[in-house]
Design a protein around this ligand. Structure first.
Ligand SMILES: N[C@@H](CCC(=O)N[C@@H](CS)C(=O)NCC(=O)O)C(=O)O
Length: 210
């Protein structure tokens, strides 16, 4: 059995998937996209050219959420979408909100990293849009600590970006008490703690180089 993850170290959605792989105690090989990020060679494998993608014994899957759900079905122990149909629907709601709303609002800040001083008004406006999304995700968060689920793998990585970007742009740390409590809870899982310990210094080094 062979799991190959097409990834680059700094990619947020690749880090999300490493949390799933770690939590399921799976061995995987990580390789950069053949031909480089955005290459035609990689687009022959993944038409959108997006990262991550997973090759499981010849089955190639892209999109982190499709991959995460596949891993949960192919390697069900421990289950990461547990409970009733209702419980799973709420977990998917949180996970999709992260992928389609919160993370893109953070991604919209990336273009300011190298030129933050040149467009302060647009930066402020994008930062505000991100704060709105953070406010909207808060009521979707579980109020109590629970086993790690698929919905808990992207949020700690995105919030690590928010943390280092706040520092980079000189904004106050925007995490709400509810988000902080939630992040403390998910970080108590080894898979999250190990990934954050590996990922955060790499992210900071990358940011310092921009
Ligand atoms: N919804 C996709 C988004 C993946 C994504 O945006 N990946 C970034 C790297 S973190 C990327 O590949 N961006 C370049 C592109 O989409 O062409 C997923 O969950 O896999």
């Amino acid at each position: 059995m062979m799991l190959t993850l097409y990834a680059i170290p700094i990619s947020l959605y690749c880090a999300k998937l490493r949390i799933v792989l770690r939590h399921k105690h799976l061995d995987w090989e990580e390789v950069p996209p053949p031909g480089g990020y955005g290459s035609d060679e990689y687009k022959a494998l993944v038409p959108a050219g997006s990262l991550p993608a997973l090759d499981h014994d010849g089955l190639l899957i892209s999109d982190s959420e499709a991959i995460a759900e596949y891993l949960d079905e192919a390697f069900p122990d421990p289950p990461m979408l547990p409970g009733t149909a209702q419980d799973r629907a709420k977990l998917r709601e949180l996970s999709r909100f992260h992928d389609t709303r919160l993370e893109p609002s953070v991604r919209a800040l990336f273009s300011h990293i190298a030129k933050s001083k040149h467009e302060p008004e647009i930066l402020e406006s994008n930062w505000h849009s991100m704060l709105v999304r953070m406010g909207q995700i808060t009521p979707l968060l579980p109020g109590e600590t629970r086993p790690l689920t698929l919905a808990d793998c992207g949020i700690p990585i995105t919030m690590t970006w928010v943390d280092v970007l706040a520092d980079h742009f000189g904004f106050a740390d925007p995490a709400t008490p509810e988000l902080t409590e939630y992040l403390d809870g998910v970080s108590s899982h080894d898979a999250v703690a190990l990934e954050l310990a590996d990922y955060t210094p790499k992210l900071k080094t990358w940011l310092d180089q921009q």
